[in-house]
Design a protein around this ligand. Sequence first.
Ligand SMILES: [Zn+2]
Length: 410
Amino acid sequence: MTMLLRNARLATMSPNRAGLGVIEDGAILIEDGRIACVGDERSVPVADGIVVVDCGGRWITPGLIDCHTHLVHAGNRAREFEMRLAGATYEEIARAGGGIVSSVRQVREASEADLVAESLPRLDALLAEGVTTVEIKSGYGLTVEDEGKMLRAARSLANERKINVTTTYLGAHATPADYKGRNGDFIREVVLPGLDAAHAQGLVDAVDGFCEGIAFAPDEMRTVFEAARAHGLPVKLHADQLSNLQGAALAADYGALSADHLEYTDSEGAAAMTRAGTVAVLLPGAYYFIRETKKPPIDLFRRHATKMALATDCNPGTSPLTSLLLTMNMGATLFHLTVEECLAGVTREAARALGRLDSIGTIEVGKQADLAIWNIENPAELVYRIGFNPLYRRIWRGELASTSMSGVSS
Ligand SMILES: [Zn+2]
């Protein structure tokens, strides 16, 4: 199957071109789901018998990539949100069964099919805005069995929709009640065996953890990362979100694909990340939702030329967000990112944060033909508008995949 997209304006995001890598009067030739040729319309060959799509001068970007989500979960925490707004303390919420323990309980009670069914509407919301790749973490099962169940549910979503799904093992997300105060035992008895089991089933693309005073200490994370390394799996880390435990530097030590959150990261951490090629994944939805006031050190990352990505962090507790368009707006408004940084953050740099830049994230020859076509006059509109979705068509592996929220394909 060969298709030519013509009469388009392209924001290729190619690192070999300046800015957004714009090609006016652009065309893309797609063969067997891959980009065979891209450039000025006059330079792209037209053969007989190919499908030609006139894009009417619309803009085309790479399909968007959400590189940090906890999209597979059960239930929600709206009641807890309501209590908090009414003035309840964390202790009162915990006594009422709220907090992460409620998400863990609901995931354990859910079947794999329940998890898929509950997660699909959230996935559809992302797809409706041109997302073609989503990363999904485990981390609410916290038993060997339930972590595997979450990862299988995440992988199943790729059978339900036209989407690339990458899965990340996050056994070291929180310590369940029965291991309270015994992190070492939990890692030895659950996190590491859970990783072995999930990896043996081919369910793990990367290994993640939550390094924080309220979660796991740096040395505990090292134990998990050593196990990942022994399996040849890349790592990521929830780092420096609420305090500076030198999580960014720890992640860089292990050549992490990404370190994520990073509100408290310092200059040493940023420098170490740049040296290791570790991407800074910024999560403005969580910053917004928990009313954090300390911003991630964007200027430090710029000064050290640390690559920056943006993601929803879609999760029931601290970022119930399923919009990458809104995430970009928050990145600009709350973190002062530029339009170029926002767009790169949900395309090229998000691909880099998943270790997939060789196959997705830019419009370049040889890459998967994952694209989004937009009803816009200027790419800045994708960052500027709030609550408005200008997606015209989503293309996944060269197939026209969806037109609107209601038309999301299966
Ligand atoms: Zn997260």
